[in-house]
Design a protein around this ligand. Structure first.
Ligand code: MG
Length: 158
C-alpha cells in the first residue's frame, strides 16, 4: 500500500538567529525565526510525512506553546515523526523537497542535508531529493524577509 503526502512551511528571516536548513547550520547574516530551530525544510518534510499517514500536522504534535520544543533541534522532531509512522506500520519510500529562498546558495550544502536526513528516514540518500530555487526577487522571499519550503513524501506498508 502506498500513500503520498504534501507539506509546506514558511519562516521569517531576522537578524540574531541562526539559519538551519535540512538539519545543517548555514552561515548567513540572518536566520529563521521560530519556536524551535525553525528549520523550514525539515518542518515541511514532517508535515508531508504526517499528511501521508493521516496523522495531522506538526503543530498538533509539537505545539509552539510547549516548552519542550523551545529551541528544539528539528532533527528530533523528524525522528519523532518517523517513529509515529513506524508505529502505524509505515516506512518511508522517498521524499522530494524544494527550498525557496533568495540567499545564500544552497547547492553546496545539499550533500550534507541528504546525509543527515536519509538515515533518519531509513532510506538511501538517493531517495532524498533536495532542490532549491530563488523567488526571482519577488514577494517576501524575494525581499529576503522569509524562507519557504515544499515537501512531498511517499510512504508504504505491506
Ligand atoms: Mg515551521
Amino acid at each position: 500500500m502506498f500513500r503520498v503526502g504534501f507539506g509546506f512551511d514558511v519562516h521569517q528571516l531576522v537578524e540574531g538567529r541562526e539559519l538551519w536548513l535540512g538539519g545543517v547550520h548555514i552561515p548567513h547574516p540572518i536566520g529563521a525565526l521560530g519556536h524551535s530551530d525553525a528549520d523550514v525544510l525539515l518542518h515541511a518534510l514532517c508535515d508531508a510525512l504526517l499528511g501521508a499517514a493521516g496523522l495531522g500536522d506538526i503543530g498538533r504534535h509539537f505545539p509552539d506553546t510547549d516548552a519542550r520544543w523551545k529551541g528544539a533541534d528539528s532533527k528530533l522532531l523528524l525522528k519523532e515523526v518517523v517513529r509515529l509512522l513506524k508505529e502505524k506500520g509505515w516506512q518511508v519510500g522517498n521524499v522530494d523537497l524544494t527550498l525557496i529562498l533568495e540567499k545564500p546558495k544552497i547547492m553546496p550544502h545539499v550533500p550534507a542535508m541528504r546525509s543527515i536526513i536519509a538515515p533518519i528516514l531509513g532510506v538511501a540518500e538517493d531517495a532524498v531529493s533536495i532542490k532549491a530555487t530563488t523567488n526571482e526577487k519577488m514577494g517576501f522571499v524575494g525581499r529576503e524577509e522569509g524562507v519557504a519550503a515544499h515537501a512531498v513524501a511517499l510512504i508504504q506498508k505491506d
